[in-house]
Design a protein around this ligand. Structure first.
Ligand SMILES: Nc1ncnc2c1ncn2[C@@H]1O[C@H](COP(=O)(O)OP(=O)(O)OP(=O)(O)O)[C@@H](O)[C@H]1O
Ligand SMILES: [Mg+2]
Length: 326
């Protein structure tokens, strides 16, 4: 049986969508690799749990960095393993729609096409993240009406004004969730003399992170390595402490949105003024992101439902266009 497939090869998570079944896989974009024979041992959740915890013959690799393929062979191997697990062996994959950040170079696009093609796919179609995100929120993108979508993911923030199924203006900035995790690591190292890992930082961000002060309270106990004694250590970190480190990234993103608005033609600007901005992507869930963007642009801002799934759902909808065009 021939079935088209949609893939969101994200920096943090890889997702697969099958027609009539919906999202069939949503796993961290991580592989665990045996050094000796360079073989893939684990991928997804199992590999993610190993980050920072592997003995020397094993290492964990994130095959994607800032939305692009950083380790070609491991990206291809991860995808092949995931497709094998989620797609029945009886299914042939004639066409695959893959979501990519806006503004990729031809070499970066080629790498995505080649990595997906290794799994026996006949035709690979690339869909830009904001177009997929807009489709995933249910917006009708066929009309000559401008919609500003900002997808704040793990490795990149992609934004575009969509009209007539395409991006009229777009921007991509390599500032998103993972840069925020790094900012938390640096803050806790400098202020509390505690070294923490990437996974701990991400968990702190998700538990108590917020972008503007006073909208989230609480604290969390953070464990790591005391840099003064070299021994295990733990500190209590309050929500208000990490707002400032997170704001640096958030402000870079709002600056980019302002630039995009400055480049937007006036007719489309009128549509955006009326409808506001739509936020998608996992990092859009950080409390206060909408408010900061609203303050910086003067426009209303709405967070899409299930913002982390908009891109893959939109990529899935895109498959219908492919079928109609065929
Ligand atoms: N509840 C939450 N609060 C804050 N951040 C969150 C939450 N849930 C997920 N995230 C963050 O969202 C990011 C992942 O978002 P998403 O799945 O959209 O990224 P991606 O598609 O893999 O990456 P990219 O599109 O940049 O290649 C991670 O940095 C994660 O920490
Ligand atoms: Mg994404």
């Amino acid at each position: 049986m021939a079935v088209d497939i949609a893939i969101d090869l994200g920096t943090s998570r890889t997702r697969i969508f099958l027609p009539r079944r919906g999202i069939t896989a949503d796993v961290p974009s991580v592989v665990a690799v045996g050094e000796e024979h360079e073989e893939l041992l684990h991928f997804g959740e199992a590999a993610y749990r190993m980050i920072g915890r592997t003995p020397p013959p094993i290492r964990t690799i994130c095959p994607l960095g800032n939305g692009v393929i950083a380790h070609f062979d491991w990206a291809a191997a991860m995808l092949a393993a995931l497709l094998k697990e989620t797609v029945s062996a009886k299914i042939r994959m004639p066409r695959v729609a893959v979501c990519v950040p806006v503004g990729l170079t031809d070499v970066e696009k080629r790498a995505v096409i080649d990595a997906v093609s290794r799994s026996g796919v006949r035709q690979v179609c690339l869909v830009e993240a904001p177009v997929a995100a807009a489709l995933g929120t249910g917006i009708d993108i066929h009309t000559p009406h401008g919609t500003l979508v900002v997808d704040i993911g793990g490795g990149t923030t992609d934004m575009a004004v969509i009209s007539l199924c395409d991006a009229a203006v777009s921007r991509s900035v390599r500032q998103a969730g993972q840069v925020m995790d790094e900012a938390i690591i640096q803050y806790i190292r400098e202020q509390h003399h505690l070294l923490i890992g990437q996974r701990t930082a991400e968990s702190v961000k998700q538990q108590i992170g917020c972008i503007v002060p006073d909208i989230r309270s609480g604290e969390c106990c953070v464990k790591g390595k005391n840099l003064l004694t070299g021994m295990p250590g733990q500190v209590t970190v309050a929500a208000e402490e990490i707002t400032a480190p997170l704001q640096t990234t958030a402000q870079a993103i709002t600056g980019c949105i302002r630039e995009l608005l400055e480049a937007t033609p006036p007719e489309l600007m009128a549509d955006i003024e009326a409808e506001g901005i739509v936020l998608t992507g996992g990092s859009a869930q950080l409390p206060g992101f909408d408010r900061l963007i609203q303050q910086a642009t003067g426009l209303s801002v709405r967070i899409a439902e299930q913002p982390d799934l908009c891109v893959i759902n939109g990529c899935g909808r895109y498959l219908r266009f492919l079928r109609k065009a065929a």
